[in-house]
Write a protein that binds this ligand. Structure first.
Ligand SMILES: *[C@@H]1O[C@H](CO)[C@@H](O)[C@H](O)[C@H]1NC(C)=O
Length: 483
C-alpha cells in the first residue's frame, strides 16, 4: 500500500488524470536499475526519428516530439511491438514536448535523448573540435537537459554521436567529448532534481572501439567527465549470421568487465530484407548479459531503408514485415531473466585514466580535459536564460486517430494506447499486431496467433483503472479530512 504522504503527494496528479507510469532509472555498475522496483531495466528499444533529419525544423517549430497525435500513434504501435525505450536524435530545446513525453511515459516507454543536431554549431565539429566547444553550443545542449529533466521517463542523454570514425578523428575529439560530458553532468547536478546519466554513442569501428570505451569510462581526477554509459551503433549481424560470424562474441568479450552499462544504441543490418532479427536472441541471451540490450534502427522507413513501418503523407501507417519479425523475436525473450541484476555488476570499478588503457598509437592518451569554455561556467552555475521546461500533462484520448494497416495490407481497427500501471515499463505482450492470413475481420486478436501465455492488455488496463480509482477515492477521503 502507498503510504499516506505518498497518496497525498499524488493527489494533484489524480485529479488531472496524469499517468505516472514509468519510474526513473539509475545506474548501478553495469546495469540500469528501476529505482522503484530495484529490478534491472534491459533496453528493448527502437530509434525514433520519423521524417529523418529533416523532421527537426526550427523554422517550422517542429521536431519528432511535437505532435501529440503522431506520438500517440507511434507510442501505441511501439508499445504493441514490445518496446520499453526510444532514442530521439534531433530535438529543438525551445519547443514544448510535454504531450509526447507524457504519451511515451504513459506507454511505459523511456526516452534516451541526443543533445545535438546536424545543423551548424549544434554538434562537435570532428575536424576541429575546439572550434565547436563554446557557450552557444553548450546553451543548446543544456536546453535539451532543461526541456527533458522533468520527465520521469527521461532515461539518459547522449553527449555526442559517432564523432570519431577512424584513427585520425580519435586524436583530439575524445577530450572534447569528455569536456561536454563534464559540463552536462555538472549542469544536471546543479539544475535537475535527480541524476540523469550522460554517455557517448560510438560508431562500430573496431580499430578505435576498445580505446573509445576505455577512454570514455576511465576516471580522471574526479572531474566528472567520464561517460556514465556507453552506446554502440553496431550493424555487424545481418540475416544468416550467428554469434561468431557476426563478431558478437568479440563484443561480448570486450565489454564483459565494463564498469558502466553498454548497449547497442543502433542495430539491425539491412543487407538482406526483410530483416529476421535473429540477433535479438543473442543480444539478450546469456552470453551477452553484460550488455543492457539495444535499440533497433529505426521505427520509420526513411531514405536509408531501415524502417519497421511506413508512414504516409496523410499520417496513416503500414506495418512492414520487419515489424512482425521483430515483434516475434521480442515475444520470445525471457523477461524475468532480463530483470535480474548482474551479480558482478557493482563490484566493477572503472580504472584511473592512464595511457596504458589505450592500445592504438594514434588514439589520444591525453586525459587532461580542456578547461571550461569562456562564459560556460556561468551557464553551468546559474542555468541558461529562459529555458523551456517540460512537465507531465494529461494525455487525453488514447485512441489512435490515423489509419493503420498490417503487413498484409489489412486494416487494424480500434487501436488505443494501454496506459501502463505505476512502476511499470512496457514489455513484449506476446501478440502479433499484423493480422495474419486473409481473414478480414477480427484483426487484432492475440488468440489467433496461438500464443496464449501472456497476460492480455485489457487485463493490465483494467487493473490500472481500479488501482487509480482506489487511489482517487482515498484522495477524496484525505481531501475531506483536511477541510
Ligand atoms: C593535453 O590536452 C590539454 C588540453 O586539454 C592541452 O593543454 C595539453 O597541451 C595537451 N598535452 C599534450 C601533451 O598534448
Amino acid at each position: 500500500m502507498p503510504s499516506f504522504s505518498r497518496v497525498a503527494a499524488l493527489l494533484p496528479a489524480l485529479f488531472s488524470s496524469i499517468a505516472y507510469a514509468v519510474q526513473p532509472v539509475e545506474i548501478r555498475g553495469q546495469d540500469f536499475i528501476n529505482t522503484a522496483t530495484d529490478k534491472r531495466v534491459m533496453i528493448i528499444g527502437v530509434d525514433y526519428q520519423p521524417g529523418g533529419q529533416g523532421a527537426y525544423n526550427p523554422t517550422n517549430s517542429e521536431d519528432p516530439l511535437t505532435d501529440g497525435d503522431k506520438c500517440l500513434r507511434d507510442a501505441t504501435l511501439m508499445q504493441k511491438l514490445g518496446v520499453n525505450t526510444i532514442r530521439v536524435y534531433n530535438l529543438d530545446p525551445t519547443l514544448d514536448h510535454s504531450k509526447c513525453a507524457s504519451i511515451f511515459n504513459a506507454a511505459g516507454i523511456y526516452m534516451i535523448l541526443d543533445v545535438n543536431s546536424p545543423l551548424p554549431g549544434e554538434s562537435i565539429n570532428r575536424a576541429e573540435p575546439w572550434t565547436s566547444y563554446n557557450s552557444d553550443y553548450l546553451t543548446r545542449a543544456f536546453g535539451i537537459i532543461e526541456n527533458f529533466k522533468g520527465f520521469p521517463n527521461t532515461m539518459a542523454f547522449f553527449s555526442a554521436n559517432e564523432v570519431m570514425n577512424d584513427l585520425s578523428t580519435a586524436e583530439f575529439n575524445p577530450q572534447y567529448i569528455r569536456a561536454v560530458q563534464r559540463d552536462m553532468k555538472n549542469y544536471i547536478k546543479n539544475h535537475a532534481d535527480r541524476t540523469i546519466p550522460v554517455g557517448y554513442s560510438a560508431a562500430d569501428v573496431r580499430e578505435i572501439l576498445h580505446d573509445t570505451w576505455a577512454y570514455m569510462q576511465c576516471i580522471h581526477d574526479e572531474d566528472e567527465s567520464s561517460s556514465d554509459f556507453f552506446g554502440l551503433n553496431s550493424y555487424s549481424w545481418c540475416n544468416g549470421d550467428n554469434y561468431q560470424t557476426s563478431t558478437y562474441d568479440g563484443l561480448a568479450t570486450m565489454f564483459a568487465d565494463s564498469a558502466v552499462p553498454v548497449f547497442f544504441s543502433e542495430y539491425g543490418c539491412n543487407r538482406v530484407m526483410p530483416r529476421d532479427f535473429d540477433e535479438v536472441q543473442a543480444l539478450y541471451g546469456d552470453q551477452m548479459r553484460a550488455l543492457s540490450g539495444g535499440l533497433v534502427y529505426e521505427y520509420s522507413h526513411e531514405e536509408a531503408n531501415y524502417g519497421l513501418v511506413e508512414i504516409d503523407q496523410d499520417g496513416s501507417v503500414a506495418l512492414m514485415k520487419d515489424y512482425d519479425n521483430l515483434q516475434s523475436q521480442f515475444n520470445k525473450l525471457d523477461l524475468s531473466a532480463l530483470e535480474a541484476t548482474n551479480p558482478q555488476s557493482t563490484e566493477l570499478k572503472a580504472p584511473e585514466c592512464d595511457g596504458s588503457l589505450i592500445t592504438a598509437e594514434q588514439f589520444s592518451k591525453n586525459f587532461t580535459i580542456p578547461a571550461v569554455c569562456p562564459g560556460c561556467q556561468d551557464l553551468i552555475d546559474n542555468g541558461i536564460e529562459n529555458p523551456t521546461n517540460g512537465a507531465l500533462v494529461d494525455i487525453g484520448d488514447t485512441n489512435v486517430k490515423q489509419k493503420v494497416t498490417g503487413s498484409n495490407g489489412q486494416q487494424i481497427n480500434d487501436l488505443s494506447l494501454n496506459v501502463v500501471s505505476n512502476d511499470g515499463s512496457n514489455t513484449p505482450g506476446g501478440e502479433n499486431t499484423s493480422p495474419s492470413g486473409t481473414d478480414s475481420g477480427n484483426n487484432d486478436n492475440p488468440s489467433q496467433t496461438g500464443d496464449a501465455a501472456q497476460p492480455s492488455e485489457t487485463e493490465g488496463a483494467a487493473s490500472h483503472m481500479s488501482f487509480n480509482f482506489g487511489l482517487a477515492m482515498m484522495g477524496v477521503f484525505v481531501y475531506m479530512l483536511t477541510l
